[in-house]
Design a protein around this ligand. Sequence first.
Ligand SMILES: Nc1ncnc2c1ncn2[C@@H]1O[C@H](COP(=O)(O)OP(=O)(O)OP(=O)(O)O)[C@@H](O)[C@H]1O
Ligand SMILES: [Mg+2]
Length: 416
Amino acid sequence: MGDDTRAADHLGCAAGHGGPGVSGATATARTGTRLDVDALLDDRSVRVVVCTGSGGVGKTTCAAALALRAAERGRHAVVLTIDPARRLAQSMGLTELDNTPRPVEGVDTTAGGTLDAMMLDMKRTFDEVVEAHASPDKAAQILANPFYQSLSSSFSGTQEYMAMEKLGQLRARTEPDGSPTWDLIVVDTPPSRSALDFLDAPERLGSFLDGRLLRLLLAPAKAGGRAYVRVFSAFAGGVTGLMNRLLGAQILADLQTLLGAFDSMFGGFRERAEATYSLLQGRGTAFVVVAAPEEDAVREACFFVDRLQAESMPLAGVVVNRTTTTADDSLDADTALAAAERASGAVREALLVHARRSRRAVAEREVAARLAHLHPPVPTVVVPARPLDVTTLDALREVGADLSTGQPVARRLSSP
Ligand SMILES: Nc1ncnc2c1ncn2[C@@H]1O[C@H](COP(=O)(O)OP(=O)(O)OP(=O)(O)O)[C@@H](O)[C@H]1O
Ligand SMILES: [Mg+2]
């Protein structure tokens, strides 16, 4: 087993997955392939960029930074953010959760681009789907149903499904002359433990909506004259009787009404989820996987890379975000510690801090190096941690610049 395979195995990554296809990627013996962010943003055939990754790694920050950079390089971009931090939202002019893209002030438009931004309102998006697919009476009935109200605001997977739904809507938006309103949509993904949830949740919600239990519950309402329907209905009636005792008649009636109403929309939900899924598989989409330089996040990133490959989804590369930097890379931790022993006061403190940061930076590089050993190579770029949270347009611009000029992760020179 070669070094690369061992490194990948260690992280639960299958070495040998299909390769990504970003042009402009360069590699040397010491570094992996670099993710060329500007080439990606300037590629007019790329219409959707999806930033994904595990919780808290910087998905929203990277999505906003990429969209801003794209706009300032001439694209008509929109960023769909999900639960952005309040101060970041404010800096993009997102003061109300109205589910509509709004122009961002303060963007440099000299290259001819524009930036709009929005925050996803999960419940509002769900309501819009219901309103678009059901008659006004039926829509009102669904929207008032207590089960719908909890499904639309708290069912796990709803946020992921609605993010995809919103992406489909943004993609379909056109100007009066028929041209698309935006030529680049940057999509943030919901906070979740696993990056894979974004791909799995819509399917999970879909199977819930047209699942077996639901059909059983619906059966009494649909019973017709045919014999097998009567038999089935008798069985389902037994289930309903049990549910009735467990849940109470009113709750069950509400649930059945909701499911009866949803029944006519199943086709709509399924078709839309499938259409968006195939949009994500298309050539115009690029996934950017964001990872923190930590064991778990890198492992998640590897799983996600494998999954994208398995589902033929186009991967642009992996961003290793918030890496530790030191003032002087040539001063290693041991030398700094030895010097600290001979020093005192502020100098000693500075050397100790340097030694700590240097150790952390080396450990992070070691973890991130595994990404450089995947086969075929996955383009990567390393973005340093800024001293403060990213809450202003200027800070987003700087993250964008770091994304564009950052180095790929370095290869580990020795075997693990
Ligand atoms: N390069 C960076 N330097 C400094 N701070 C950063 C950097 N990237 C992100 N942050 C900060 O890290 C925090 C988490 O970032 P962000 O909200 O983008 O993560 P996320 O992956 O979207 O999180 P969630 O999974 O909760 O949605 C924020 O406070 C953000 O300002
Ligand atoms: Mg986020």
